[in-house]
Design a protein around this ligand. Structure first.
Ligand SMILES: *Cc1c(COP(=O)(O)O)cnc(C)c1O
Length: 223
């Protein structure tokens, strides 16, 4: 079933869109099933869970950290994480840079933007992000590479609202590319779209869709 969902989703994906299988709350055996179906990108939102899975699963898995990252935990994932999607402050980016340097790596990062009309979700506002980039300290950090933006749409049945949010993030990426990243072509990724809204995200230029439920089934939060 896991393998079949992965094949179905991948068959629909336009070129340039990568699937991140969000395996949070699902056991390593489920990740292995997806792995055996050819899936290599996995998303987790808890440091401890991601680290534990990384230790027991194949080394060629690319781990994407998609949750809220506390600065005191960066050190546990810095040696192996492929991309951190949730950068929402200079302070956090500086710590990722520090730990990446220790691990002798350059870590790819996305800036998380708050696009949803909900108060519970993390991320910078458009203006906070503009100020952050304008201030320029990020340019001094040689062990992180800013690769684009991440956002979560509002959890609503109003698909027009979600569409507006994704279109807004797409336009914002373009604005930032022109203003701050003319010489840095790596700043091109848009991580947006989950089980319920990924087709809309793809229409608006998503390059990483993050899908959990459709692949692995409902999560059991009581375990
Ligand atoms: C859990 C999670 C997902 C996956 O959500 P589904 O609706 O299960 O596909 C995607 N992105 C983030 C940031 C998540 O925390």
């Amino acid at each position: 079933m896991i393998a079949e969902e992965i094949r179905k989703i991948k068959a629909e994906l336009p070129e340039g869109v990568q699937l991140i299988a969000v395996s949070k709350f699902h056991p390593a055996e489920a990740v292995m099933e997806a792995y055996d179906a050819g899936q290599r990108l996995f998303g987790e939102n808890k440091v401890q869970e991601m680290t534990a899975k990384h230790e027991v699963l194949p080394a060629d898995i690319q781990w994407h950290f998609i949750g809220h990252l506390q600065t005191n935990k960066v050190k546990y994932i810095a040696p192996f994480v492929t991309m951190i999607h949730g950068i929402d402050s200079l302070h956090l980016l500086q710590e990722v840079n520090r730990q990446a340097e220790k691990a002798n790596r350059i870590i790819d990062c996305l800036l998380q933007i708050h696009i949803a009309h909900e108060e519970t979700k993390f991320g910078m506002t458009f203006d906070e992000c503009r100020s952050f980039l304008e201030a320029g300290q990020w340019r001094e950090l040689k062990h992180v590479r800013l690769c684009g933006l991440m956002g979560m749409g509002t959890n609503t049945d109003d698909m027009q609202e979600v569409e507006n949010e994704f279109a807004g993030l797409q336009a914002f990426l373009k604005e930032l590319q022109e203003k701050y990243f003319q010489d840095e072509p790596a700043f091109k990724e848009l991580s947006m779209g989950m089980t319920d809204d990924y087709p809309i995200a793809i229409r608006h230029g998503s390059t990483f869709i993050r899908i959990g439920t459709r692949i692995f089934g409902e999560r059991n939060y009581n375990k």
